[in-house]
Write a protein that binds this ligand. Sequence first.
Ligand code: GLC
Length: 559
Amino acid sequence: MTDAVLAAGVPVLGSDDAAWWRQAVVYQVYPRSFADSNGDGLGDIRGVTDKADYLAGLGVDAVWLSPFYPSALADGGYDVDDYRNVDPRLGTLDDFDDMVAALHERGIKVIVDIVPNHSSDRHEMFRAALAAGKGSPERDRYIFRDGLGENGELPPADWASIFGGPAWEPVGDGQWYFHHFATEQPDFNWDNPDVHAEFLHTLRFWSDRGVDGFRIDVAHGLSKDLPAVLPSQAELDAMDTTDGRHPLWDRDAVHEIYREWRRVFDEYDPPRIAVAEAWVATPERRAKYATPDGLGQAFNFDLLEADFDAAQFRHIVTDNLAQSAATGSSSTWVLSNHDVVRHATRYGLPPRRGSLAKQGSAWILAGAPADQIDLARGSRQALAASLFLLGLPGSAYLYQGEELGLHEVGDIKAEDRQDPAFFRGADPERDGLGRDGCRVPLPWTGTGSSFGFGAAGAHIPQPDWFAGYAVDVEDADPASSLNTYRRALALRHELQTGESLEWMETGRDDVLRFVRPNGWQVVTNFGAEPFALAEGEAPVLGELVDGAVPAETTVWLRG
Ligand code: GLC
């Protein structure tokens, strides 16, 4: 690995250019928890429209909306009943069009979430599959198998679902269907041409409505190869996930699907963009999703899974920039999303133990009682990590509320929780408290009904301390996290030139410093001791104390 990471050298392009996504700041909206315009306790599409000025003022280039489609909410909307409509509780297609127009007027692109691995069990294709019975073409669109035992009363295999509990569900006639996630999320059979047609239709439907791109849910799961005799869970667990031949995950064959989709994206001008959610084993495997003839870009969760640690961050950045250069993509960076413990809280957790230190660690809040979480340290490190990330070449994906420095809500009562991962959680060590704690509706005002989220309370209760993180409170404080993010996003337009960086010598293992092609520099002190800058060096972002970068702080220097 060389020190200088020279990516494709692609120039930065304007937001109307086809390559707008390469260095975009994309802000994830979890619609049911963003802003509630009609006072029913659920955030909605008009709520996003109402906040268009807020998003423009923050300086984001695009908004990615988590699913807003009709859904029974068995998995926060990732159980989709109808891919080409808006949940009536969230609005109408007209509301959606208005939202797109409001965002586009402000130069903000719109990305919607496509959930192709599974539908909900209320989708008309799944209802038809149940009604049509065994051996029918309708059943072939999903993954049905005969049960074992005399009358099919035993599951076809002992597989566990991602959310805990069994992955096979009986339908009462001796057959069972497969679901990677909740019982209400039957997996599609991507060997069936009707499934291909359904999603091509959906991609065109939203593209025709002016949507600029797509986030592809569980992109590494669509292709499956299930033999007549199914392996056991233990056998599955022992299989290699890096050779493209695993029966369930990250199969090489999945890329044929995305090549087909790319042809649809390229029917539009500018071409629609896509980003893969692919939790795969290595940066090399991830890069396969990000090729120009495939989805084009893939989430890189390496920083999200790392500790706040200079050596880990440096290695991850170097590795991923090299990978994205090799495929012609641009790298992506993520610290928080709707599936993981917010990074402000994650960095305040006690040091992680054993296997938790890696696998699934980002999901865990259990095992860390509130009095063991160092919130102040978490907040400091989170801002330092975010400003490091925003200075990197490539695109930055932000999660709603992180601009406020918002923490995870740990003490939601069981009866107020919604996440199936909490209720199905077979293994509290692995599953923790689930994902509701990062999905609590945003505080917009320090006082008033549900802190300005809406007139009728919030669908997941907000704690009192949310008041201190409210948008209007932070707005009034020049040193707040919100105002720091705003400054960073505004300056980023000057900083983002070529897609490369070069590491600079700092003489310290716990300080990273890199320079971009236009001379802009980012310095992050991961350590506890101040890091002195040279005489006269004055940051344009972040404060020095006595001429030094304080502990757990990032500063930017203009070139
Ligand atoms: C993705 C989503 C997550 C959802 C799962 C099943 O990982 O990000 O929220 O539960 O897919 O759709």
